[in-house]
Design a protein around this ligand. Structure first.
Ligand code: AMP
Length: 196
């Protein structure tokens, strides 16, 4: 695992723990010689993790659409800055640069990025670990929904099992580096086998 892309809020959230734990994840990344790839902003949890990685001497690559660079405030201290056309290209480049993805607390943008990577894994377009850093149990409701969706047969159990969820950044990064993808039998094939 050389590079991990972190998706997280352009806000800091209400709890100090969100930023503190973002910094803990930064420390785990640097200790393990893993570079940070992220959206390149100088605000919110995005800033918290990037600042800490840089302060510890780690490498940070930020990927941001040119038109957002003003609105989101581009981080000036990054090791590498990549300006792209739009949000879709940003996600594609962040995916191509990275060996895995970690989602920290955030809003619509963060969720969009998480679900895009999960969809690409499900479609077999990529085969990379997706982790959820469940700081202060922010994602408990999402995890409950994932399990509900499996029970209701909208998500394959293998696809659910591939999502690594942890409240501890060290354990999460370890799980990601030891990740082996579970491959689901194609839905249509399994229906055919059952005679539908
Ligand atoms: P948020 O979680 O909404 O605070 O956003 C976190 C990051 O996701 C920010 O860098 C946003 O620019 C980015 N983002 C916001 N909306 C989208 C979107 N529709 N697609 C992809 N990324 C987005």
């Amino acid at each position: 695992m050389n590079k991990i892309c972190v998706f997280c809020g352009s806000s800091r959230g209400i709890l100090e723990a969100y930023s503190q734990q973002a910094e803990m994840l930064a420390e785990v990344l640097v200790e393990n010689g893993i570079e940070l790839v992220y959206g390149g902003a100088n605000i919110g949890l995005m800033k918290s993790i990037a600042d800490r990685v840089l302060a510890l001497g780690g490498r940070v690559t930020g990927v941001m659409p040119g038109y957002l660079a003003q609105k989101e405030i581009l981080h000036e201290g990054m090791t590498e800055t990549i300006l792209v056309e739009d949000m879709q290209e940003r996600k594609k480049i962040m995916e191509e640069l990275s060996d895995g993805f970690i989602t920290m607390p955030g809003g619509f943008g963060t969720m969009d990025e998480l679900f895009e990577m999960l969809s690409w894994n499900q479609l077999g377009l990529i085969h990379k670990p997706v982790g959820i850093f469940n700081i202060e149990h922010y994602f408990d409701a999402l995890v409950a929904w994932l399990d509900h969706a499996v029970d209701m047969k909208f998500i394959r159990p293998e696809h659910r099992a591939n999502i690594l969820v942890n409240t501890d950044p060290e354990a999460l990064v370890k799980d990601m580096s030891e990740y082996t993808e579970l491959v689901a039998e194609k839905w249509v094939d399994s229906l055919k086998k059952k005679g539908y």
